[in-house]
Every structure is written in structure tokens, then in C-alpha cells.
Ligand binder design. Structure first.
Ligand SMILES: Nc1ncnc2c1ncn2[C@@H]1O[C@H](COP(=O)(O)OP(=O)(O)O)[C@@H](O)[C@H]1O
Ligand SMILES: Nc1ccn([C@@H]2O[C@H](COP(=O)(O)OP(=O)(O)O)[C@@H](O)[C@H]2O)c(=O)n1
Length: 208
């Protein structure tokens, strides 16, 4: 069974993906980490993010082990950089096979990102599109960064989130959007537990 979760930045995709995977005993892949790692490979070598060939090369040679444990990948700068390199088609092409192999894991897999229901797993058993207002998403990300000791003003985070969403939605390759057969969950007024309960109901209703 495959559960595809898409949505804009800090909507709670990863949190839900992890909890749904634990609930069902499935594997979980936060696909944003792949794009973040491509961006980091360029930044570590002082290569500009506009160098498409270098980005494609980094994606083709990505070491996908240990991404989960890497706290630097989760910083605000890496999210912004990821959304630049993720717009390059050869970068997306290079990461597709790994994501599809992951999705084939037994007894099931949960993948979260921007194009899981539309491109990576168009035949997923369940597709969720998770949203929340930009202000609520910025509030959550602000808290998250503060907890990790990263200094950033709420207003700056809100601006970053708006800019990144716009870039992700307007790109020509695999733009952020809900699949036609996705169920949308707005978590603006739901805490993490309530969002999980609602998502679980959606999964149960679409698999039965
Ligand atoms: N429903 C919710 N209510 C409040 N905070 C949430 C909720 N869902 C997730 N969070 C918190 O918001 C932040 C972003 O969540 P995350 O799952 O990483 O989002 P995404 O994967 O969509 O970027 C995290 O700190 C997480 O703990
Ligand atoms: N399946 C995916 C996942 C992420 N991405 C890109 O990678 C960036 C970072 O994704 P992320 O999921 O780690 O970001 P957050 O939602 O955690 O802020 C996004 O802004 C997208 O540009 C993508 O293009 N496709």
C-alpha cells in the first residue's frame, strides 16, 4: 500500500507521514530531504544554485543514506535552496527512480513532498493534500526553528514561505498541486493529534 502526501511548506506533511507510517508499520520517506541534500552538495562546494548541470550531477550522485539524521538539512536556508534546484527537470529525473523504489517497499510506504500524488506515485492507494494558512505555517516553522536554536524573525519566515510556495506552484516541472483524486485536509485549526486523527479517517475511508 502506498500513501502519498503533498502540500506546501510546513503544513505538517512530514509529521503526519511519520505518524501514519508508524501506525501502519510502513516505511516513510520525506522526499524534501533529497532536494535539500542536492542543494547542500552545491553550497558545500561554493557552486551557484543556478548551475543546472552541477545540480543534475549532484542529484545523480546523491548519497541517500543518513539524510534523516542530518539536522543541517532541515534549516531554513536549505529549504529555500532546495526549491531553486528542485525546479530543474534533470534533478527531478535523477531522483525519481529512488523514490519509486522506496514506494514499492512492503508492506507499504508513505512518501511526502510536492509531487508524490501527481508524478512519483500517480497510482497511490491514498492521496492526501495537506494545507494550512501561510500565517499558521509560518508560526509552526518559527517555533520549530527556535527549538533548534536557529534565529529567524516570524515575518521573515512568512515571507520565505510565501515566496517558496509561489516558486513551487508556478514552476513548469512537477508543480505543487493537489492530484485530481487527492483528499484535502486543512490543518489550520487542528493540532498535531487532531490532524493525525483526521488523516487516519481519510486513509481508512479511501482504502475501504
Ligand atoms: N497540526 C499541527 N499543529 C501544530 N504544529 C504542527 C502540526 N503539524 C506539524 N506541526 C509542527 O509544525 C512544524 C512543521 O511540520 P512538518 O511536519 O515538518 O511540515 P512539512 O513536512 O509540511 O514541512 C513542525 O515543527 C511540526 O512539529
Ligand atoms: N517531492 C518534492 C519535495 C520537495 N521539493 C522541493 O524541496 C523544497 C523543500 O521541501 P521540504 O518538503 O523539505 O520543505 P518543507 O515543506 O519541510 O518546508 C520544496 O520547497 C520544493 O521546492 C520538491 O520539489 N518535490
Amino acid at each position: 500500500m502506498i500513501i502519498a502526501i503533498d502540500g506546501p511548506a510546513a503544513s505538517g506533511k512530514g509529521t503526519l507521514g511519520k505518524r501514519l507510517a508508524e501506525h501502519y508499520g510502513f516505511a516513510h520517506l520525506d522526499t524534501g530531504l533529497l532536494y535539500r541534500a542536492v542543494a547542500r552538495a552545491l553550497m558545500d562546494r561554493d557552486i551557484p544554485l543556478t548551475d543546472r548541470d552541477a545540480a543534475a550531477h549532484a542529484a545523480q550522485n546523491l548519497d541517500v543514506s543518513h539524510l534523516e539524521d542530518d539536522t543541517r538539512l532541515r534549516g531554513a536556508a536549505m529549504g529555500e535552496a532546495a526549491s531553486v534546484v528542485s525546479a530543474y527537470q534533470p534533478v527531478r529525473d535523477a531522483l525519481l527512480a529512488f523514490q519509486r523504489q522506496f514506494a514499492a517497499r512492503k508492506p507499504g510506504a508513505v512518501l511526502d513532498g510536492r509531487d508524490i500524488g501527481t508524478v512519483v506515485c500517480p497510482d497511490a492507494d491514498v492521496k492526501l493534500f495537506i494545507t494550512a494558512s501561510p500565517e499558521e505555517r509560518a508560526r509552526r516553522r518559527h517555533l520549530e526553528l527556535q527549538r533548534r536554536g536557529e534565529q529567524a524573525a516570524y515575518e521573515t519566515i512568512l515571507e520565505d514561505i510565501r515566496r517558496r510556495d509561489e516558486r513551487d506552484m508556478s514552476r513548469s516541472t512537477a508543480p505543487l498541486k493537489a492530484a485530481a483524486d487527492a483528499l484535502t485536509l486543512d490543518t489550520t485549526d487542528l493540532d498535531a493529534d487532531a490532524a493525525f486523527d483526521a488523516a487516519l479517517k481519510m486513509v481508512e475511508s479511501s482504502r475501504s
